[in-house]
Unconditional design. Structure first.
Length: 182
């Protein structure tokens, strides 16, 4: 489109200008996505850890553990948090007609599968780049997504970040449901 527009004007840099704007917008979007990933993934891992401890009546977390859980989790830590049977920990609601536990379990399983796919993508990126790390799925699970998502690839968090946001918002309400049950 810029090339057609450029033919009818004396300003001959439209194509270049539009390319630079698009490049800047893409870089900004990716930067925001990676920041959102870092904090949303940490929120889910911390939230699930707290939820599980409350549901199982375990002692509170130490301040050092909370500080550690507030950092970006590895892909494996996120996968592990999404493997916690949260639906089984939640109290059943009296007026639940649509089987909330089944829906919750399915939602978490779908997101866990998407994280598993993202781990596979990290392996593919490493293989395409010819890098020595990560070589195995276990090594990829030990990676931080923000450090292994090169700017010249599609964002690895595509298809994962939005449902992760949803879970990050739901977990505090789930914790309060468990607390209110007692």
């Amino acid at each position: 489109m810029a090339a057609v527009y450029e033919a009818h004007t004396t300003f001959s840099f439209n194509e270049q200008v539009l390319g630079q704007i698009a490049s800047g917008a893409t870089a900004y979007e990716r930067h925001v996505g990676l920041i959102a990933w870092r904090y949303t993934a940490a929120s889910v891992v911390l939230g699930v850890t707290v939820l599980q401890r409350v549901a199982e009546a375990k002692p509170p977390l130490t301040a050092a553990t909370v500080r550690e859980l507030c950092q970006e989790p590895t892909m494996g830590q996120l996968h592990q948090a999404l493997s916690v049977p949260v639906a089984d920990l939640l109290p059943k609601r009296e007026h639940d007609r649509a089987d909330e536990r089944t829906r919750t379990a399915q939602q978490w399983a779908q997101l866990r599968d998407r994280v598993d796919t993202a781990i596979d993508i990290l392996l593919e990126i490493a293989a395409d780049e010819g890098t020595a790390h990560p070589r195995t799925k276990d090594e990829a699970a030990g990676c931080l997504l923000t450090e292994h998502c090169p700017p010249y690839t599609d964002p690895v968090y595509d298809g994962v970040l939005e449902p992760l946001f949803q879970l990050a918002e739901e977990v505090p309400f789930d914790i309060s449901r468990i607390i209110a049950k007692d």
